[in-house]
Design a protein around this ligand. Structure first.
Ligand code: PSU
Ligand code: MN
Length: 303
């Protein structure tokens, strides 16, 4: 049981679902803040993602830091939407120890909290990865080592398309992550359907993923990454063009470190006249739905 003095608080509804072996899906919070998606799309997609999980019989559990406490599940998501403080895995302990008023959690920080709470399945939009130009900048998302080390299923639409995708998937291989294409032989590229990279393996239903996670756990191995093609993809050439413009703008402005991803996402949104935002919200909701099915399979397996 968590107490008021714990650095982590699990929402009672989430704790009850876990205790009763009901499906729970953890959600990150960066994507639902303006660092991830502009208003009002961020709040609309949190509502639709949560509804998709509930409809599939699950309980959503968004992770976030509020009033110096890391939360797994929140009653009132309002402070998240305007939050601009990004909490990556490396920042999580400081956010709690220093009592940050609010902070939205990345994939890496969210997986850490979900695992702490005993949740097996996590949904996001696109994971972080190896940035283009990483050979000189060294910019590789802190999401990757956490996905590699913790035994959770992460449901995503692949890594964000403005990253260096071949190197990102090489790194996931190095880290021993079980990368699975969801009903596809090719890995998606976040807002587009085909990254040009073959999926190392394909799954067609939630039970397959559940069995793979169980076997991974038996071997003491880390994460499973389920890559789901986006339901409302962008035209690949148009996205390519927008990405080139956005990356060049980020270079010109000298944006590096944690600010780089939000900057590039916003620049692509502007360059595509909001089409990337529509694609992003559709895939976030779809991933939440797939995650709820996988959580349901895991719950059935455990009974
Ligand atoms: N996917 C989205 N929008 C986002 C992110 C992912 O569709 O805003 C966030 C996630 O929280 C991810 C983070 O963990 O971007 C990666 O940031 P960085 O590249 O700085 O590690
Ligand atoms: Mn980075």
């Amino acid at each position: 049981m968590t107490t008021d003095h714990s650095p982590v608080q699990v929402l009672p509804a989430v704790a009850a679902a876990l205790r009763d072996n009901k499906p729970v899906v953890a959600l990150e919070s960066t994507v639902y803040s303006t660092l991830g998606l502009p208003e009002p799309h961020n709040r609309e997609v949190l509502a639709s993602s949560s509804a998709a999980i509930v409809k599939a019989g699950g309980t959503p559990a968004m992770t976030v830091v509020l009033d110096g406490v890391a939360r797994v599940g929140v009653d009132d998501p309002e402070p998240i939407f305007s939050c601009t403080e990004k909490v990556a895995a490396r920042d999580l302990a400081r956010a709690v120890a220093e009592g940050w008023p609010s902070g939205v959690t990345t994939v890496g920080a969210s997986l850490t909290l979900a695992h702490h709470a005993g949740i097996d399945v996590f949904a996001t939009g696109g994971i972080g990865g190896v940035h283009r130009g990483a050979a000189t900048s060294g910019d590789i998302s802190g999401d990757l080592p956490v996905i590699g080390s913790l035994p959770l299923v992460t449901v995503c639409a692949g890594a964000k398309s403005f990253l260096d995708l071949p190197r990102t998937f090489e790194m996931l291989e190095t880290l021993g992550v079980a990368v699975l294409g969801w009903q596809t032989d090719r890995l998606p590229a976040f807002t587009t359907t085909d990254s040009g990279i073959d999926a190392p393996a394909r799954v067609d239903n939630a039970d397959q993923v559940a069995h793979i996670l169980r076997a991974r756990r038996a071997f003491g191995q880390g994460g499973v990454l389920v890559c789901v093609p986006p339901p409302q993809p962008l035209d690949a050439d148009e996205l390519d063009r927008a990405t080139t413009v956005a990356e060049a703008a980020a270079d010109r402005a000298g944006v590096i470190g944690p600010a780089r991803t939000p900057f590039v996402l916003a620049a692509i949104a502007q360059e595509t006249n909001g089409l990337s935002v529509a694609a992003n919200t559709a895939l976030v909701e779809n991933n939440a739905h797939v995650a709820a099915d996988i959580a349901g399979s895991l719950a059935r397996l455990a009974t």
